[in-house]
Design a protein around this ligand. Structure first.
Ligand code: MG
Length: 382
């Protein structure tokens, strides 16, 4: 029996994780659940899964939830509470499905206490990948990716020597606006940006997928997870989203991982690895699909991907700045303050005015993050 903590259990990845756990009651158990502010959904999950540990981040919602819990439930509040809960000895594996940079300190606590982490959050690795990977190797904490592309690369590399990698093909569906003209992109509404053709996801990652920033963050993430330079990672638009990524080795052989688009598949493998368990989900019907298409990403229409490559190349604190500015811009777009096409320009301006610190410590990364947030808030309100 594996005892699982799900941080961000009311979000899209969290709910899919609970569905996987529901599928394997003899193998997996949810022992800890956390949410940001959605007390209603969290309470329903508590009633069904009966976890011994619960955390609600938002304090006012937490005060209302606490009296409704059983006296045997250990209840935590706020960011500090979350950082404390994640280290509990009852937890074997942590599913980190919190969006944004808020996940960074929690991830570090999980790693320091030697937990295996199934990682869905990308922002933490983007901001502080070197520090995270160094700490993980020191505490022997394993990081297993949940993101479909990273899971695919990880599975392709599992039995190989990382040094023999010639290229990684990071596939992308292209998002809802693939093939749209620049003129059309100017009129994009929030609703359109949230309607992804292949995946149902939370609002932040849906917008990131629409302007290809998501793929850029994945490039930065893959660099750290697999120890590969950005120049070796090639983004490939693959609209059918059947190949979730590929690795080319030095002898010209390419391994790919394929499946239907269903997040429960990479989540399940991250939880049950090295076992592959029958989940009743369908395989790929190749004759039904007929063909698999590929094309180059259009960096002129989707500059965010180029900005992420620049951040990868210049490294240091620049990826954290890119990420922070992006988080603010996405929020501003979602609340109707800026247009969709304004996002890359604002991020680029902030990157231009940042003095990069190479090989930063954690506090320097956090300072760069909050500096970029301040700059981005000013820029979106202008
Ligand atoms: Mg992905």
């Amino acid at each position: 029996m594996k005892n699982i903590a799900i941080l961000g259990s009311t979000g899209s990845i969290g709910r899919n994780t609970l569905e996987v756990i529901r599928n394997f009651p003899g193998k997996l158990r949810a022992v800890a659940l956390s949410a940001n502010c959605n007390a209603g959904v969290l309470y329903a999950q508590i009633k069904e899964f009966n976890p011994g540990l619960v955390c609600l981040k938002e304090e006012s919602a937490a005060l209302k939830l606490e009296p409704r819990l059983k006296s045997t439930t250990l209840f935590f509040k706020g960011q500090r509470g979350l950082e404390e809960m994640v280290q509990d000895r009852r937890i074997d594996k942590v599913v980190l499905a919190i969006t944004g940079s808020a996940a960074l300190t929690v991830l570090l606590k999980a790693i320091e206490s030697g937990k295996e982490v199934a990682l869905a959050n990308k922002e933490a690795l983007v901001m502080a990948g070197n520090i995270i990977m160094r700490k993980a190797s020191r505490s022997k904490a394993k990081i297993i990716p949940i993101d479909s592309e990273q899971s695919a690369i990880w599975q392709c590399l599992k039995n190989e020597n990382g040094k023999k990698v010639r290229k990684i093909y990071l596939t992308a569906s292209g998002g809802p606006f693939r093939g749209k003209s620049r003129q059309e992109l100017k009129k994009i509404s929030v609703k359109e940006a949230l309607r992804h053709p292949k995946w149902r996801m939370g609002p932040k990652i849906s917008v990131d997928s629409a302007d290809l920033m998501n793929k850029g963050l994945e490039v930065l993430e893959a660099m750290h997870l697999f120890g590969v330079e950005a120049e070796k990672i090639k983004v490939l638009i693959h609209p059918q989203s059947i190949i979730h990524s590929m690795v080319e080795f030095e002898d010209g052989v390419i391994l790919a991982q394929l499946s239907i688009t269903d997040m429960r598949i990479p989540i399940q493998y991250a939880l049950t690895y090295p076992e592959r368990l029958d989940n009743g989900l369908a395989g790929v019907d190749f004759c039904e699909i007929g063909r698999l298409d590929f094309e180059e990403p259009d960096l002129r229409k989707f500059p965010c991907l180029g900005l992420a490559y620049r951040a990868a190349k210049e490294s240091g604190t620049l990826p954290a700045v890119l990420n922070a500015a992006n988080e603010i811009c996405v929020e501003a777009f979602l609340s109707g303050v800026i247009k969709f096409v304004a996002i890359p320009g604002i991020i680029e301006k902030i990157m231009d005015s940042h003095k990069v610190i190479l090989q930063p410590e954690l506090d320097e990364i956090l300072r760069a993050d909050s500096w970029a947030r301040g700059e981005a808030c000013r820029a979106v309100n202008n």
